[in-house]
Design a protein around this ligand. Structure first.
Ligand code: DGL
Length: 272
């Protein structure tokens, strides 16, 4: 067999990171992917940054046992809390979702940028800092949207009146701010893109951090002699929650069937 068959490993607090896997599979269809969803401890977005940092280190230490060529932190909250400590502690190259999302937004427009994300991600200031790094004078407006994760997990769709009502409440300030680009800074928000776009109007471009991270992952691998051969890649999932539930609900996030899910206990994520 040709090529480097080591997997691209991805972790998230639960199912949401499958929106990133979907983009990775589109960008790099030959790569084998190993995914860990820490569903037993979801949500990360309401927890302290210290707790999320510890969980992220544990998630990464489990995945490193699979000898990855690249680690993708699909969770925005984990990226916000732990990207520096992960990069300092791992030999594997690491891609986060925040810097690529911020860069995609400032590359798209010279105008004002909005960000929506979990409470912990917004409180960390990570998106504001990343935008300032690429465009120091840029006007930014942020909003945390804590109810959106449970609403998406419950299977509510874009045209559900509850979704529109909750979004209407969260997006009020951003509607007045009129951003040229709005970063969807949470794994779950791409599933509500239709409703968000409807409320923000055609002048606001939605920027998916998931897509931006997948593009960055592809660019990083292209610079290294580690591509897989041309055969179709595989997806192997681990969850700290219920594998049947993961396979069933995860399809909506992945946009396809999930066959290969195994349980892993949170005690097995201990740092070795
Ligand atoms: N994966 C999280 C994120 O992207 C959303 C779900 C959670 O709060 O754990 O921030």
């Amino acid at each position: 067999m040709n090529g480097d068959q080591r997997p691209v490993c991805v972790f998230d607090s639960g199912l949401g990171g499958l929106t990133v896997v979907r983009e990775l599979m589109g960008a790099m269809p030959s790569e084998n992917i190993v995914y860990l969803g820490d569903s037993a401890r979801v949500p990360y977005g309401t927890k302290s940054l210290e707790t999320v940092r510890r969980f992220a280190l544990e998630d990464a230490s489990f995945l490193v046992r699979h000898n990855p060529k690249l680690l993708v932190v699909a969770c925005n909250t984990a990226s916000a809390a732990a990207i520096d400590i992960l990069r300092d502690n791992l030999d594997t190259p690491v891609v986060d979702v925040i810097r690529p999302g911020a860069k995609a937004a400032v590359d798209f427009t010279d105008g004002p940028v909005g960000v929506i994300a979990t409470e912990a991600t917004i409180a960390s200031g990570a998106y504001v800092q990343a935008i300032a790094q690429y465009a120091p004078e840029r006007e930014v407006c942020t909003a945390s949207c804590p109810l959106l994760v449970p609403i998406v997990e419950e299977g509510r769709s874009d045209d559900d009146p509850i979704v529109l009502h909750v979004l209407g409440d969260y997006l009020g300030e951003l509607q007045r701010f009129r951003p040229a680009a709005l970063i969807l800074g949470c794994t779950h928000y791409p599933l509500l893109a239709g409703a968000i776009s409807k409320l923000m109007g055609p002048e606001t471009e939605l920027i998916s951090s998931a897509k931006a991270a997948a593009d960055q992952a592809r660019a990083m691998l292209a610079d290294l002699p580690v591509q897989a051969d041309g055969a179709a890649g595989t997806l192997k999932c681990f969850t700290t929650g219920n594998p049947q539930r993961f396979a069933q609900l995860g399809q909506r996030f992945l946009g396809g069937k999930i066959d290969n899910v195994a349980f892993v206990g949170t005690d097995e994520l201990e740092i070795r």
